[in-house]
Write a protein that binds this ligand. Sequence first.
Ligand code: DON
Length: 319
Amino acid sequence: ATVLSLSPIGAFADHTDLQSLVDEAHALYKDNDDGANADYIPVLAEVDSSLFGVVIITASGETFAAGDVDHRFSIQSVAKPFTAALVMEQQGVDAIRDKIGVEPTGMPFNSIVAIELNDQRSRNPLVNAGAIAAVSMIEAKDADARWAFIQDGFSGFAAERLEILDDIYQSESETNYRNRAIANLLYNYERLYADPTEANEVYTKQGSLGVTAKQLAMMGATLANWGVNPKTGERLIQKNYVDEVLALMMMAGFYDEVGIWAYQAGLPAKTGVGGGIVAVVPGEMAIVGFSPRLNEAGNSVRSLLAIEHIANELDLSLF
Ligand code: DON
């Protein structure tokens, strides 16, 4: 394997090195078969576990990719920071802080105890409770408008039209009793801001949106580029809101493994049970991994290893 010794500043102009680094990260972990597909949503268990893709898109929009980077998978929880960003854009950063909260839970992503132990609040918009609350905060006249706001917003981040993966949506809708409980509990505590059934349905749709690793990297690259999509040049989030989105990702993007992630990779990131992870290097690039097999905390094994490898080789840790 090529050993790169690049300094982070100015190193990214050398495209050959970034392509070989992405190739190297893919080759290093391609044969790792640790972990297992999520199966609490029945159809996720049927996704081909061998799929593996790694992508970097720079803040200026250049793409370096290896493996299965055009396969569409469900975005799942990787949606959460982008919804938080859309709500910030609509209502300001204080609204997220005051109505949801910004503290990590140290508990699994679907924890109910985390609500009960923390003042009956959803705690932060990157766990299920806070993410359903963020969906409920969107100012929209009905469920269709609420959904359109998310689908249009995410498509803007990806610079391509994104559509729901119907089989995932059906499968999760039929089995999401726990999230229904979370939505109802929050509503009871006046920490949900729309009808709980509607908020949970739209939340389930959002997680069922299909993205490729490349599209997800473009979404992340919009954050890396301080809110301007590198492909379309459109400003999608105010520059000063990106800091808050990245702070949330740093504190809560890896669920109860966020500490070890900060320790070893040092980058704001968000993971999802579909196997996607996006990490953001502010001002520089987004790094995405896609691989369906997850560890015990629900984080994609090969995706996190590949991103960690790239972060360490380029010395990208923020700390
Ligand atoms: O709420 C759920 O259970 C899923 N749709 C999303 C969960 C998820 O991706 C958490 N990720 N690690």
